[in-house]
Design a protein around this ligand. Structure first.
Ligand code: MGD
Ligand code: MGD
Ligand code: SF4
Ligand code: MO
Length: 714
């Protein structure tokens, strides 16, 4: 047999296809069909055709997963820093797992003796969305009594806004999009961030000639496909939503019966909205009155309208109020009662997985200090208010996240990570910008190398991601690391005596669901509610069962002061000023998943480099030429980046698709150095798209000519 034939046989006959699930922090949580070539190697990754939401469609970057999982730069062995800390300065040498774990345990024990356990901050986010590998860190926190974390990178503002009206984080089944006559994608970019929406939309287009409206400050790949793109100024969605409601009332396009039966809508709300005219909103949003009215008429006259709400428009100081204002729309028209109608932000609340074992919720623990993760910069820099009278953070244990790039206020984060007296451990798959500051780096498994279970935001199933191949080198799963570390620190918990599979089985059964063997047969368990419950026809999840136009914000967080009592434009954003006349949007790049995939060559090749997308008139105003390097800046930092001419954005808004590692910027620091760590209200939440900046030509300080230096010296 020739070599080509042998490899053909190996790939097509010997290989097997196994069902798994995408572990990344993406609402789609796609069911995957993975080509397993042998017990250490995968081939191509496909979308599972048998899963009713995935329907065989996944994004390109995950179809190329072999490139990430078999990457030559994967961390394979524990490493210890030798010499000084710092990116490009630190060097690392290989050590054994025993040495690494002993060093961590010794340092933690010393810190506890001197400063107390709250001086240790185990810091994580959603690099994997698997419950076992993501939330085990909570158990470790509870057992050791360390500082805890308020997770505010992503959903906090959106959750508050959505729940203010509906009472529960769930919504219409996205598989019914195919029955819709109008799909409104509001503040999301599914072509890049959750491709399956586009698949279900294309069915709706085929079956009922559905229209697509996109509300986004720039012409994304999704907006490109829209029948109507409302290209508003960032942070002004509340104004647009109110003006739409104004037209619905003025033109009698509302469903009074629905409003009376299912909502708290009353004369006061109507009176308030009567002043929120299209002209009023046009001045705030920068949209034309015509476009606002056209959209309102389309929405008001199409009952089968599906509102797919993204996170984008909640990442502002007024994000929760914007989310709430937009969520009022299907209550105005009664679209909730239609198949293919209503709204979806996320389905997270339908699962109710019992996390007692995984998160160690049964451990009797004092309510240790809770840190806002988005304020990691000020916290590490010792800001007294953030430290809440407790000890400074003396040790960080980082898993599943890359705060040196993703957190707000990068300059402060890096200043904190540079502290000589901070002991930092990073458990990672790659030498990320965060790992480059660590004292100890531990190599982590990827999702196909360990077992886990996953729930989804965009659909309704619990899925099993079984271990399909052996990990490379000495990579260990997060679960295994907790067990080994807990042993050394003398911590015991029943979950630490369980394998990943046992922990999954016990968690499912504690939730009154079939166990792992049942899940293994099908790969997924559909937890969808009946249509009537899903679309709140049987009541919203508020005590009065009604949708709330007048929300009680204090139920959503402790900082509700000053929030508007009714849907409105809440004018608290970082407004353009003489000093900082532009507004910055830092939307996700298509080929990356936050910072994941910034290490794979194909993704980087396709994204090429970071760009500042600028309107031609802004280019002219600041005397810039396309392709030249510009500086974006504000009081927090400066970023050097190539300017790109872009027509699909309002004047005064600049877009930088993210999240590139710091080294891809000409001055070595990334886009989040411009983002404030100020928490949104009422419950915190990072304000990634709420930033005023200045723009100017980048003129790096040129070396002075020698004669000038000589002249100055005399
Ligand atoms: N390819 C890719 N996919 C991803 C990610 C990624 O980085 N890359 N990240 C994953 C994660 S963690 C998440 S949370 C989701 C997020 O996915 P999305 O829900 O799509 O949310 P955002 O990332 O915030 O931004 C989406 C859009 O919101 C727009 N936007 C920004 N400000 C405003 C505003 O004020 N009003 C309106 N109407 N729109 C605004 C942006 O321009 C952008 O096009 O995607 C996930 N999927
Ligand atoms: N400017 C700007 N900033 C943003 C955003 C934005 O839109 N604009 N989006 C924000 C949002 S929505 C989010 S969710 C955050 C996300 O920020 P992060 O949660 O930090 O997301 P990633 O950058 O993907 O980093 C996850 C890391 O976890 C590692 N990892 C994955 N699986 C495992 C595992 O099993 N074990 C261990 N030990 N490590 C693992 C990966 O290698 C990767 O380096 O970023 C936020 N930052
Ligand atoms: S990143 Fe999102 S779209 Fe891509 S495979 Fe994973 S879940 Fe699906
Ligand atoms: Mo996110």
């Amino acid at each position: 047999m020739g070599a080509a034939l042998i490899s053909f046989v190996a790939e097509n006959i010997m290989s097997q296809r196994k069902i798994s699930v995408c572990p990344h922090d993406c609402p789609s949580t796609c069911s995957l069909d993975v080509e397993v070539l042998d017990d250490r190697t995968i081939g191509k990754v496909y979308g599972n055709k048998g899963h009713s939401y995935t329907a065989g469609v996944i994004c390109a970057k995950v179809s190329r997963y072999a490139e990430r999982i078999h990457h030559p730069d994967r961390l394979m062995h524990p490493l210890k820093r030798v010499g000084s800390r710092g990116v490009g300065i630190a060097s690392y040498e290989r050590i054994s797992w025993d040495d690494a774990l002993d060093t961590i345990a010794e340092n933690f024990s010393d810190i506890i003796k001197t400063h107390g356990a709250e001086a240790i901050w185990p810091f994580h986010y959603a690099g994997t969305m698997g419950y076992v590998q993501r939330d085990g860190l909570d158990r470790f926190r509870h057992c050791l009594g360390t500082s805890r974390q308020h997770s505010t990178f992503c959903v906090t503002l959106a959750d508050a806004g959505w729940k203010a009206g509906t009472g529960s984080k769930r919504g219409s089944d996205a598989r019914l999009i195919n029955k819709s006559e109008l799909v409104v994608v509001w503040g999301g970019n599914p072509v890049s961030t959750q491709v399956n929406v586009m698949h279900h939309l294309s069915q709706a287009r085929r079956e009922s000639n559905a229209k697509l409206v996109v509300v986004d400050p720039y012409k994304t790949k999704t907006a490109d496909k829209a029948d109507l793109h409302l290209m508003l100024k960032p942070g002004t969605d509340g104004a647009l939503a109110c003006a739409v409601m104004n037209v619905l009332i003025e033109e009698n396009l509302l469903d009074l019966e629905y409003l009376n039966k299912h909502t708290d809508f009353n004369a006061q709300v109507a009176e308030h909205l009567s002043s929120r005219t299209p002209a009023w909103a046009a001045a705030i949003t920068g949209l034309s009155e015509n476009d606002i009215v056209e959209f309102a008429r389309l929405y008001g006259s199409t009952k089968r309208s599906f509102l797919r709400m993204g996170y984008g428009f909640s990442r502002s100081r007024n994000g929760a109020t914007n989310m709430h204002a937009v969520s009022c729309l299907p209550a105005m028209t009664g679209a909730w009662l239609e198949e293919g109608g209503g709204a979806l932000y996320s389905q997270s609340d339908i699962y109710g997985l019992d996390k007692t074992l995984i998160s160690g919720l049964d451990v009797p623990h004092a309510h240790n200090r809770l840190f806002d993760q988005s304020r990691i910069g000020p916290i590490l820099c010792g800001n007294p208010e953030d430290l809440q009278g407790g000890p400074p953070v003396k040790a960080l244990f980082v898993q599943n996240t890359n705060p040196a790039v993703v957190a707000p206020d990068t300059n402060k984060v890096l200043k904190g990570l540079a502290r000589e007296d901070l002991f930092t451990v990073v458990h990672e798959q790659f030498m990320t910008d965060t790992a480059k500051w660590a004292d100890i780096v531990l190599p982590a498994t990827m999702f196909l190398e360990h077992n886990d279970i996953y729930t989804a935001g965009a659909h309704t199933s619990i899925q099993l991601g079984p271990k399909l191949i052996e990990p490379p080198g000495e990579c260990r799963s997060n679960h295994d690391v907790f067990i080994a570390l807990s042993e050394r620190l003398g911590l015991s918990h029943p979950a630490n005596d369980m394998t990943e599979r046992e922990l999954i089985d016990r968690t499912l059964k504690a939730t009154s669901l079939p166990g792992i063997e049942e899940l293994e047969k099908t790969g997924n368990l559909d937890c969808a509610l009946e249509f009537e419950s899903a679309n709140f026809a049987t009541g919203f999840e508020n005590t009065d069962k009604r949708f709330h136009f007048s929300p009680d914000w204090s139920l959503q967080g402790a900082h509700a002061e000053g929030m508007p009592a009714l849907p409105d434009h809440w004018d608290v954003i970082d407004k353009p000023s003489d000093d900082c006349p532009m507004r910055l949007v830092t939307a996700p790049a298509r080929q990356f998943l936050n910072t994941s995939f910034t290490e794979t060559a194909s993704s980087v090749r396709m994204e090429k480099q970071p760009y500042a997308l600028l309107h031609p008139n802004d280019m002219a105003r600041y005397k810039l030429t396309p392709g030249e390097l510009v500086l974006l800046g504000n009081e927090l930092g400066e970023v050097a980046i190539e300017a790109k001419l872009f027509n699909g954005v309002q004047e005064g808004t600049v877009v930088v698709e993210s999240l590139w590692p710091n080294s891809y910027f000409v001055n070595g620091i990334g886009i989040n150095s411009l983002i404030s760590a100020e928490p949104g209200k009422p419950n915190g939440g990072a304000v990634f798209h709420d930033t005023a900046v200045w723009v100017r030509s980048y003129a790096p300080a040129k070396a002075k000519p020698e004669e000038l230096i000589m002249a100055e010296a005399h």
